[in-house]
Design a protein around this ligand. Structure first.
Ligand SMILES: [Zn+2]
Length: 569
C-alpha cells in the first residue's frame, strides 16, 4: 500500500475523553473512529489487525475441530422468552421490533440461536459431539461505554458452542477449547493468565475459566499464587487457611459501650486505637428478597458471589437502610450479630476469632467481648470474603499476589441449562432420548486489540507483534524527490510483496521527522528507511521494539525481514 492515498489520519493529540493508552493510541494512529458512544468504525490499519487476530482465532478453532457458521445478529424475542432470559437480561439487551410489531433482540450472545439450530438438525448420537463457532458482531447496551474497544456497545466476538453426549464429553470439549485459547493468545503475543472464575449470570454447572491479559487498566482483579499454578479472579479466589488459630481462652461477658456517631470501621479504629482485624463487620444483605447477615472481619470485604453461591440465591444485594433498621433495630453502622433473628453467615476468619468488637444493634453503641459461638451462632460458617494480597494460597503454602487483567476470553461449562429449556435432545444407541450437554466459549476479538496495545507500546506509540501487525514493514524513502531513493524504494516494495511481506510505503512528500513520528505511532514492527545510502544499495533497518537501527545492504535487509515474518507464522 502507498501511504499517500491510504486512509491513515494520524493525530497529534487524542480527544480528551480517551482515558486509556490503547484508546488514545488507536485514535491518534488512525486505527479507529468513534461514530457514537461505544460504537466504532475500523479504519484500514485497525481493520487489518482485527482480521489478523480473526484469522489466528479461526485457524486454532478449526485445528481444534470446531466448525464455523454464521448466525444472525437479529434474533426473535420468542427464543429469548423460551430460554427465560428475555426479562432476566435487563437493559443491556437491545430490543427492537419490526413493521409487524414482532419483537427482536440484537444478540449479545447466541446460546438460544445455536441450541435451536442443533435441536432442529441433530437427532442421533452418531452426530455428536459437535462444536460450532462464529466470528460476529455482538451488541450490549452498556450503561457506560468506555476505554475504546474495551467496553463498547457493538463489538466483534468469536463465540463457540459445544454439544456433547455426556459430561465426560463436555470435559474433553472444554479442555480442547482451553488449549486452543492458550495457543490463540500466545500467538497474539499477549501476556495472559487463565484464571478460575465464578459461573455468574449466564448460569450452568461446572467449571469456568477466564483468560486475562495482564494490564494495569484491567477492570478485574486476579489473584495468583506465588508458588503454584493457582490463579482465580477476585470473585472466585478462595481464601486459604487463616493465620490466627482459635485458642480456648477466657473471655468476659460482652459489654456495651458508647460510640456516638461512629459508624465505620475506620472511625472505630481511630477512636478506639484498635486495629481493624479486631472488629466484626456485620452486613445486612437481601438474598432474593430475604434478609441475611454476613459477618466478616473488620479488615475484610464481603464477597457477594460467595454469599450468593452458599445460599443458592439468584440475586444478592446490600439491604437498603430501611431494611437494615427493621432487621437490626438500629441505623446502618451499628449492626451486630448478637440477638439477630435472621440467618447469620459467618466468615471463617470471624469464626476463629477469640472475641471481637461489633455493633450493638442500637444507635451510638457497640459491644466488646463478642464471642463467636457463645454470643451468636456459627453454624453457617464458610468463606464469605474477598481474598487479600498476601493471603495464603488455598492450594499450597504460597501466598497470593494481585494483578489487574482485561478479560479477553472465557470458557464455560453450560451443562443442560439451554439444552433442557430449548429441548436439544438426541437418541442414544438404545434409542433412548437424552439431553445434550453444552459448553460455550467466547473471545473478545476487538478487545484483543486493546489488550495488545495496553501491553505493547512506548512513549512514541504502539508496538505490534509481527503476527498481528497491520503491515510487516514500513518502507520510508526519506525524500520522494530523490530519484535514487525512489528507485530503490520501489524495487524493495515489489520484491518484499512478492515474497509475501506486507509493506506500507510512505511515499508522501513529507519531512522525514513527520514520517518517522507517524511510523512509530502506528507501531509497524519493521521500519526500512531508504536515504542517503540508496545509491550504494544501503538501507537503514530498524525494529520498532528496538532502539538501535542498522545499516544493511538491500540483500541483508531482505533476508532479515523474510526470516522475521516467517517466524511469526
Ligand atoms: Zn499455591
Amino acid at each position: 500500500m502507498r501511504q499517500s492515498t491510504y486512509l491513515l489520519p494520524t493525530l497529534r493529540e487524542a480527544p480528551a475523553e480517551a482515558e486509556t493508552i490503547s484508546h488514545r493510541l488507536m485514535l491518534r494512529a488512525g486505527f479507529i473512529r468513534q461514530l457514537a458512544a461505544g460504537i466504532y468504525t475500523y479504519l484500514p490499519l485497525g481493520w487489518r489487525v482485527l482480521r489478523k487476530v480473526e484469522s489466528i482465532v479461526r485457524e486454532e478453532m478449526d485445528r481444534a475441530g470446531a466448525q464455523e457458521i454464521l448466525m444472525p445478529a437479529m434474533q426473535p424475542a420468542e427464543l429469548w422468552q423460551e430460554s427465560g432470559r428475555y426479562q432476566v437480561y435487563g437493559p443491556e439487551l437491545i430490543r427492537l421490533h419490526d413493521r409487524h410489531e414482532r419483537e427482536f433482540a440484537l444478540g449479545p450472545t447466541h446460546e438460544e440461536v445455536v441450541t435451536t439450530l442443533v435441536r432442529n438438525e441433530i437427532r442421533s448420537y452418531r452426530k455428536l459431539p459437535i462444536n460450532l463457532y462464529q466470528i460476529q458482531t455482538k451488541f450490549r447496551d452498556e450503561r457506560r461505554p468506555r476505554f475504546g474497544l474495551l467496553r463498547g456497545r457493538e463489538f466483534l466476538m468469536k463465540d463457540a458452542y459445544s454439544f456433547d453426549l455426556d459430561w465426560e464429553g463436555l470435559d474433553k470439549s472444554y479442555w480442547a477449547m482451553y488449549d486452543a485459547y492458550t495457543r490463540i493468545f500466545t500467538r497474539c503475543g499477549l501476556n495472559f493468565r487463565a484464571v478460575e472464575a465464578d459461573a455468574g449470570a449466564i448460569g450452568g454447572e461446572g467449571g469456568t475459566h477466564e483468560f486475562m491479559a495482564l494490564a494495569d487498566i484491567g477492570e478485574d482483579t486476579i489473584a495468583t499464587c506465588t508458588q503454584c499454578e493457582y490463579a482465580a479472579n477476585l470473585e472466585k479466589a478462595e481464601a486459604g487457611p487463616g493465620v490466627s488459630e482459635y485458642r480456648e481462652v477466657a473471655v468476659g461477658e460482652h459489654e456495651k459501650f458508647h460510640t456516638p456517631n461512629i459508624r465505620t470501621i475506620e472511625q472505630l479504629t481511630e477512636s478506639l486505637g484498635v486495629s481493624a482485624d479486631r472488629f466484626i463487620k456485620t452486613l445486612i444483605y437481601l438474598a432474593d428478597g430475604q434478609p441475611v447477615a454476613v459477618l466478616v472481619r473488620g479488615d475484610h470485604d464481603a464477597n457477594e458471589v460467595k454469599v450468593k453461591n452458599y445460599l443458592g440465591a439468584t440475586n444478592v444485594e446490600l439491604a437498603d437502610p430501611e431494611t437494615t433498621r427493621q432487621v437490626t433495630g438500629a441505623p446502618v453502622g451499628f449492626a451486630g450479630p448478637v440477638g439477630l433473628k435472621i440467618p447469620v453467615l459467618v466468615d471463617r476468619e470471624v469464626a476463629s476469632m477469640q472475641a471481637g468488637i461489633a455493633g450493638a444493634n442500637e444507635q451510638d453503641y457497640h459491644l466488646r467481648n463478642v464471642r463467636p459461638g457463645r454470643d451468636f451462632p456459627v453454624e453457617k460458617t464458610g468463606d464469605f470474603r474477598n481474598v487479600l494480597e498476601g493471603d495464603r494460597c488455598p492450594r499450597c503454602s504460597g501466598t497470593l499476589k494481585f494483578y489487574r487483567g482485561i478479560e479477553v476470553g472465557h470458557v464455560f461449562k453450560l451443562g443442560t441449562k439451554y439444552s433442557e429449556k430449548l429441548g436439544a435432545k438426541y437418541l442414544d444407541a438404545n434409542g433412548k432420548e437424552q439431553v445434550m450437554i453444552m459448553g460455550c466459549y467466547g473471545i473478545g476479538v476487538s478487545r484483543v486489540l486493546s489488550a495488545i496495545v495496553e501491553q505493547s507500546h512506548d512513549d512514541n506509540g504502539m508496538i505490534w507483534p509481527v503476527a498481528v501487525a497491520p503491515f510487516h514493514v514500513h518502507l520510508i524513502p526519506v525524500s520522494v524527490k530523490d530519484e535514487a531513493q525512489i528507485k530503490v524504494a520501489e524495487e524493495l516494495y515489489d520484491r518484499l510483496r512478492q515474497t509475501g511481506v506486507e509493506v506500507l510505503m510512505d511515499d508522501r512528500d513529507e519531512r522525514p521527522g513527520v514520517k518517522f513520528k507517524d511510523s512509530d505511532l502506528t507501531g509497524i514492527p519493521i521500519r526500512l528507511t531508504v536515504g542517503k545510502g540508496a545509491g550504494e544499495g544501503r538501507v537503514e533497518y530498524k525494529e520498532r521494539a528496538q532502539s538501535e537501527s542498522m545499516d544493511l545492504s538491500i540483500e541483508e535487509a531482505m533476508d532479515r525481514i523474510v526470516k522475521l515474518v516467517k517466524e511469526s507464522k
